[in-house]
Design a protein around this ligand. Structure first.
Ligand SMILES: *[C@@H]1O[C@H](CO)[C@@H](O)[C@H](O)[C@H]1NC(C)=O
Ligand SMILES: *[C@@H]1O[C@H](CO)[C@@H](O)[C@H](O)[C@H]1NC(C)=O
Ligand SMILES: *[C@@H]1O[C@H](CO)[C@@H](O)[C@H](O)[C@H]1NC(C)=O
Ligand SMILES: *[C@@H]1O[C@H](CO)[C@@H](O)[C@H](O)[C@H]1NC(C)=O
Length: 320
């Protein structure tokens, strides 16, 4: 029995003995290291840190998250032991109470990163990141939603690229989305997908979320313009200004629908449903009260529809 206990204890010790496993440590960006740890194993990893060439001959002392480390960690090049999820912000200073010199943040990422908790899934097919473009000129927008308990999780980094070419993006002030602009030719056949990766963290836990798409799959027209009604029956509208021109090449098709007054355009029930390429439609129904709904999608790619635009008809009064 005791022998068995010792074997178990020994196995436990081996398993937890610190390893320096360079393969699991990645420099994600300046001053940021990411340590990949498996889900189901206790880990203890030695991570080498350096304060920087400039301070090679200085009496360097390290702190973790602003606190002194016990026993003190001294020297320009050091190893820190990271246990499981216990990453942190390691700063190096000139002497024990001296000025700040440099820092390295160690984040922990689960490997594989498949049990994410920071962002909420928007839907099974959309995933965690929703992207949309008003046309094919290379501008697109992506957004995400943080879960309620991690609503202030900061975004560390966003990478957007196509075929290894970087796409410039700007993060919203509240960290809930990005606006990007690729230098793109709207007439060119898209051969490679755009990859957007969002790195977001909560305490030491770092999660990376990736979305891959072609612009043709996310190009969704903005709201239709000038929706109006003439003579009570004919409804007309125009292409959104932001849609790609010429319209003869980038054709939209429209879904038109009549629903009972008071019902939503999104509902299942309709009185009439029709698809057209024209920017007008004549309603031939002996109805006094109804709602007229219209929405658009790219006719060639059959990409996403925009939101329904609508007019309500109440006898001779039409409000669009
Ligand atoms: C600070 O540390 C980073 C590595 O984390 C290093 O690349 C950089 O050169 C250092 N800065 C100085 C001034 O040495
Ligand atoms: C780490 O500490 C440095 C120095 O105080 C600070 O500039 C940096 O923003 C911190 N980084 C993070 C991710 O907390
Ligand atoms: C995550 O990956 C691990 C290891 O491959 C696997 O055992 C686990 O079932 C996966 N979890 C989910 C939620 O997919
Ligand atoms: C692309 O289209 C959007 C929406 O109309 C516009 O805001 C943006 O300036 C356009 N970009 C270029 C480079 O034409």
């Amino acid at each position: 029995m005791r022998a068995l206990f010792l074997v178990v204890l020994y196995a436990g010790l081996c398993y937890a003995s610190p390893v320096t496993d360079q393969e699991n440590i990645e420099t994600l960006m300046d001053n940021v290291l990411v340590l990949r740890v498996p889900h189901d194993k206790a880990t203890l990893v030695n991570v080498p840190l350096g304060c920087g060439e400039a301070y090679r001959n200085q009496p360097v002392v390290w702190k973790k998250d602003g606190e002194e480390i016990e026993p003190p960690l001294k020297g320009n090049q050091v190893n820190v032991l990271v246990e499981e999820m216990d990453g942190g912000n390691y700063t190096c200073h000139l002497g024990p109470d001296g000025e700040y010199l440099n820092h390295t943040v160690i984040f922990i990422q689960l490997d594989p990163d498949n049990r994410t908790v920071i962002l909420e899934e928007q839907s099974t097919e959309k995933g965690h990141i929703h992207c949309s473009a008003p046309n094919y000129n290379g501008s697109f927008h992506c957004s995400w939603k943080r879960s309620r308990v991690r609503s202030s999780a900061p975004v560390l980094l966003v990478k957007a690229e196509r075929n290894l070419e970087n796409i410039p993006c700007e993060l919203n002030a509240d960290g809930s989305g990005i606006q990007c602009q690729e230098a793109n030719c709207p007439y060119k056949e898209e051969q490679h997908r755009i990859f957007v990766t969002v790195y977001i963290y909560s305490a030491s836990l770092l999660e990376a979320y990736t979305r891959a798409f072609y612009l043709r799959d996310i190009a969704r027209p903005d709201a239709l313009l000038n929706i109006r009604n003439s003579n009570g029956k004919v409804f007309s509208w125009s292409y959104p200004d932001s849609w790609e021109k010429p319209c003869s090449y980038f054709v939209l098709q429209f879904q038109v629908k009549v629903v009972q007054k008071g019902r939503s355009c999104d509902g299942e029930h309709h009185i009439m449903l029709h698809t057209t390429e024209e920017t007008k439609y004549e309603v031939n129904l002996k109805l006094q009260k109804y709602a007229f709904c219209v929405r658009a999608q790219d006719k060639i790619t059959l990409g996403p529809f925009n939101h329904w635009n609508f007019c309500t008809v109440n006898k001779h009064e039409v409000v669009c």
